[in-house]
Design a protein around this ligand. Structure first.
Ligand code: DQA
Length: 144
């Protein structure tokens, strides 16, 4: 089964960006780890990162044409602003897990609301970059 990993804005800076909040693991490390895990789980995995809302919407649309079965997404700040990304998931009807490295609920009030959580299969927050790997394990179980 095909799984798509999407990382939103500023996650390209992972590892150097506010390491006290997001840790020192880079996005390349996270993606390499997920690819290795996917191989063991027998999943086909693709990774995508963009700082542009419309590019993320386009990638979600493309996922349907590619037969992607599940999406793992860290929408970054678009979590708290994007009706467009929410609607893209509604439009393609592909289930997804929402992942946040930090515990958004113990941070600023504007991070407490997500436009995605009530339509997500599951939500991870505060597990650090380990959250990606836990989410992929969940996805593999769901697809089995
Ligand atoms: C984040 C949390 C968001 O509030 C923030 O804008 C991010 C990263 C996280 O992974 O903890 O860019 O999604």
């Amino acid at each position: 089964s095909k799984v798509l990993v999407i990382n939103g804005p500023n996650l390209n800076l992972l590892g150097t960006r506010e390491p006290h909040i997001y840790g020192s693991t880079t996005l390349a490390d996270v993606e390499d780890g997920l690819r290795a895990q996917a191989r063991e789980l027998g999943l086909e995995l693709e990774c995508f990162q963009s700082n542009h809302e419309g590019a993320i919407v386009d990638r979600i649309h493309q996922a349907r044409l590619e037969g992607v079965k599940f999406v793992l997404i860290n929408p970054g700040a678009y979590t708290h602003t994007s009706v467009a990304i929410r609607d893209a998931f509604g439009g393609v009807a592909i289930p997804f897990v929402e992942v946040h490295i930090s515990n958004v609920h113990k941070r600023e009030a504007f991070r407490h609301h997500s436009y995605l959580s009530d339509v997500a299969e599951a939500v991870m927050a505060g597990f650090g970059t380990m959250g990606y790997s836990l989410a992929l394990q969940f996805i593999a179980a769901k697809l089995r």
